[in-house]
Design a protein around this ligand. Structure first.
Ligand SMILES: NC(=O)c1ccc[n+]([C@@H]2O[C@H](COP(=O)([O-])OP(=O)(O)OC[C@H]3O[C@@H](n4cnc5c(N)ncnc54)[C@H](OP(=O)(O)O)[C@@H]3O)[C@@H](O)[C@H]2O)c1
Length: 333
């Protein structure tokens, strides 16, 4: 089989790290390089990539277009896993990918399923890239993954899973807790992506990958059954989610550089889309035209939320974003 030359942006990040593992696990199919910005080229995480056999290509996405085009020479597939705040840096990359003849551009989706047009600010930023891709007639695949298991669990009263929680005392149930939502283990994004980018059926398509479809009431019940603990519940009604979302968006208009309000506003959007509107479901994904990765790759068994939670109880969980204090940014009521 001819190897695909894959270039990954974001290999030192959470989503990109999972994708990197998925690609490196299939060396017969992929030759892997990482796109790194000049300011990060000397980071120890980048040196770790080199030790794992990854070639490094350094480029400044804010620099000259021809330099970005040059950094894509010989690349078949370009995968973008850039942090939530950096989406628009992909505009230059998409233009460069067209010029360089990239055969498949995977923009940075990797989020929940939601429609464009005012539901989620993050989804609307991603939409700018998707629209540019289509104007360019650039071959693409958009991959969404639901919400990670790793950020979908409440904490337990004993505190025994606090070590893996991004935010502590997370006991909120949103809008009655009955809305089903797609979930994926962060570690399974990579194996899904490796399958999707080899597959001609997914070219110029949206694909959704997920392990479970659970509502918050089911997650709390499952965790109580497995842990033997009773989790306190703080109910957040739909009206409160809508009010909070409007308030934080209004504040952002006057304080666009307020990082805490921006992060909280992104979280408001997620709660509104997932739990008030109910966007993040297989049925709505199908309606929007997504292919279902579970149907495409029935042989692949992603980790269930139950299995993930069993690992957490055994002390084997890993907290995402270890260097970031997201709890300090999240302004919950
Ligand atoms: N589905 C979910 O539950 C969920 C959860 C979180 C995020 N997401 C989605 O996943 C996507 C990726 O987010 P993440 O949180 O996984 O990312 P992350 O951990 O914050 O990592 C971001 C990566 O992008 C790189 N990067 C940022 N700006 C760059 C630039 N200008 N040039 C080159 N590299 C740059 C960073 O490299 P450096 O080493 O240089 O910093 C890092 O490798 C987001 O867009 C978000 O929508 C989804």
């Amino acid at each position: 089989m001819v190897k695909q030359h894959v270039l990954l942006l974001g290999a030192t990040g959470e989503t990109g790290g999972s994708i990197l593992n998925g690609l490196l696990a299939d060396p017969e199919s992929f030759d892997v390089a990482a796109l790194v910005r000049p300011t990060s080229a000397k980071k120890s995480q980048v040196q770790d990539l080199v030790r794992r056999g990854v070639t490094i290509r350094v480029v400044d996405l804010d620099g000259a277009l021809e330099d970005v085009v040059g950094s894509l020479a010989g690349i078949d597939v370009l995968i973008n896993a850039i942090g939530a705040g950096g989406q628009l840096a992909q505009l230059t990359l998409a233009m460069a990918a067209k010029q360089a003849g990239v055969k498949r551009f995977v923009p940075c989706a990797f989020a929940t399923v939601a429609p464009p047009g005012g539901v989620m600010q993050l989804r609307d930023a991603k939409e700018e890239i998707y629209q540019l891709i289509r104007r360019l007639y650039l071959p693409y695949t958009v991959i969404d993954v639901g919400y990670w298991h790793q950020i979908s669990f409440p904490t337990l009263p004993s505190g025994r899973i606090d070590y893996a929680a991004v935010v502590l005392n997370m006991i909120e149930i949103h809008a009655e807790g009955t809305m089903p939502t797609m979930l994926t283990d962060l570690r399974d994004i990579g194996p899904f992506v490796a399958r999707i980018i080899k597959d001609p059926r997914t070219l110029n398509k949206f694909v959704v990958a997920y392990a479970d479809v659970l509502c918050e009431n089911e997650i709390f019940a499952l965790m109580e059954e497995m842990s033997g603990e009773v989790i306190q519940r703080k109910y957040v009604p739909a009206d409160a989610i809508i009010d909070s979302r409007a308030r934080h968006m209004a504040t952002l208009k006057v304080e666009p550089d307020n990082g805490a309000v921006r992060f909280t506003s992104i979280m408001d959007d997620y709660m509104y889309s997932k739990y008030v509107r109910g966007d993040n479901t297989p049925a709505y994904a199908a309606y929007l035209g997504y292919l279902d990765a579970r149907a495409l790759y029935p042989e692949f068994r992603p980790r269930s939320f139950r299995d993930f939670f069993a690992e957490l109880l055994e002390g084997k969980g890993v907290k995402p974003y270890p260097a970031l204090d997201l709890a300090a940014l999240y302004q919950r009521e």
